[in-house]
Design a protein around this ligand. Structure first.
Ligand code: SF4
Length: 428
């Protein structure tokens, strides 16, 4: 009898945003509670979940490739349960079943009940205590699901539904239990975290949630993702500035540097108001690190309009820029109403321009950190080096023989690049 016959193994493949990663982490925790073990090799698993993303065509293509690769596995091992979860699963499940007959379950984003019921029925024995195979000092906590914004290019509101916040008391409990398991840093997640709480009885805001979580002993850091420029309040900025556990790192997607394009995207702010917001944040939190997202090649984007994006990025000098080429998503208003008129080669050129510029900007920002000592939360080891992140989300590597996993350490920065810092442990 092989090991696979007596044990229950799962494998989760995840692509896309941090919300998907959080969903996968939570599903893994539930499965482990049922006695399942993580299988590094997909072939070894009795239960395979693909947590999909269709926000961009490139992500969708990767999911399709992965689905295709599972056909043979399912043919050879028909008892293996294959589930497709995440944003590829819309209301047309019958069509999906027809397209992917080798898939057993189709689960909408974050909705794993059907899978868990089936997993429970198949588990040989559920352990009494909660076990986690890999203990990480960091964890994601989803505070608000869905999105009400309907940016013209975005599929998320159609797949994840309308905004629904989790009550503060429930989130406090969740974070306390993570802290008991050794988690030191949490990242509060939402498609738009700044609108947290508007649908709850007392209408608390994200600043109130920060205040509550900041008082949890042994929790060291609180991060949050993603903010929306039209919803970031003065109160929230003040909370980030004043609460010691809330990290001075803000992800504030601007998407484009031209007002006409922003309007066509349905973003609800202007370039000027965005610039003012950044000024306000930097004034209140001088050490803040800012990240942004850019879409190049949106329908109708002229060279002149693209240059305005370049100008904005050069002026504001973000720590990190995530750039993507526009791809129409079926069902969104941009896909229905706007003509995709920027050729793909041109999109690629614009994307590279943004990347080249950002590499120069980030290299300058990071070079200034050389010689400074930064607090790093150690998350793991890669190729013999410990790695972790600063409060401002900079990736840092250092070498040392001792075990530093999950520790907050002081690292003196010796070498920098646009993407990471290298340093050495500072004693005392
Ligand atoms: S804010 Fe806009 S881009 Fe972000 S998830 Fe909502 S609709 Fe999509």
């Amino acid at each position: 009898m092989s090991k696979r016959d007596v044990m229950a193994y799962y494998h989760i493949w995840t692509i896309g945003c941090q919300m998907n990663q959080a969903d996968s982490e939570q599903l893994a925790a539930y499965l482990e509670k049922l006695g399942y073990q993580y299988a590094h090799e997909i072939e070894k698993a009795n239960l395979i979940v693909l947590n999909s993303c269709v926000v961009r065509q490139s992500a969708e293509n990767r999911v399709l490739g992965k689905l295709d690769s599972l056909k043979e596995l399912k043919r050879l091992s028909p008892d293996t349960v294959v589930a497709l979860a995440g944003c590829m699963v819309d209301s047309e499940v019958a069509q999906l079943k027809h397209r992917f007959p080798h898939v057993d379950l189709f689960l909408k984003p974050g909705q794993f009940n059907e899978l868990l019921e089936l997993a429970k029925a198949r588990t040989p024995k559920a352990p009494d205590s909660f076990t986690i195979s890999t203990l990480s000092p960091t964890a994601f906590v989803t505070i608000i699901e869905g999105c009400n914004n309907f940016c013209s290019y975005c599929i998320v509101p159609y797949r994840r539904g309308r905004e629904k916040s989790h009550p503060i008391a429930e989130l406090r409990c969740q974070v306390e239990s993570l802290v008991q398991r050794g988690v030191k840093e949490i990242t509060l997640l939402g498609q738009n975290v700044d609108s947290y709480g508007h649908d709850l009885p007392d209408k608390p805001g994200l600043a109130d949630l920060f205040q509550e979580l900041n008082s949890i002993e042994r929790l060291s850091r609180i991060r949050f993702l993603t903010s929306h420029p039209k919803d970031m309040s003065r109160k929230l900025i003040q909370a980030v500035a004043s609460l010691e556990k809330v990290c001075e790192h803000i992800s504030l997607p601007v998407q484009a540097g031209d007002d006409e394009i922003l309007q066509a995207m349905g973003r609800g702010y202007t370039v000027q108001s965005y610039r003012e917001l950044v000024e306000q944040i930097r004034c209140a939190i001088p050490t803040v690190a800012l990240a942004t997202d850019i879409i190049v090649g949106f329908p109708g984007e002229t060279e002149e309009q693209f240059q305005r994006t370049i100008e904005l990025l050069s002026d504001l000098r973000f720590d990190t820029v995530h750039v993507a080429a526009y791809s129409p998503r079926t069902g969104t208003s941009a896909a229905k109403k706007l003509k995709e008129d920027v050729p793909s080669l041109e999109k690629k050129r614009r994307l590279q321009k943004v990347e080249e510029l950002q590499s120069i900007v980030a290299s300058g920002i990071n070079a200034r950190l050389s010689g400074h000592t930064l607090e790093v939360l150690v998350e793991g080891k890669k190729k013999g080096k410990w790695y972790g992140r600063t409060r401002t989300d900079k990736l840092v590597f250092f070498e040392d023989e001792a075990n530093w996993l999950g520790q907050l350490v002081n690292i003196e920065v010796k070498k920098t690049s646009p993407w990471a810092l290298q340093g050495s442990l500072k004693s005392g």
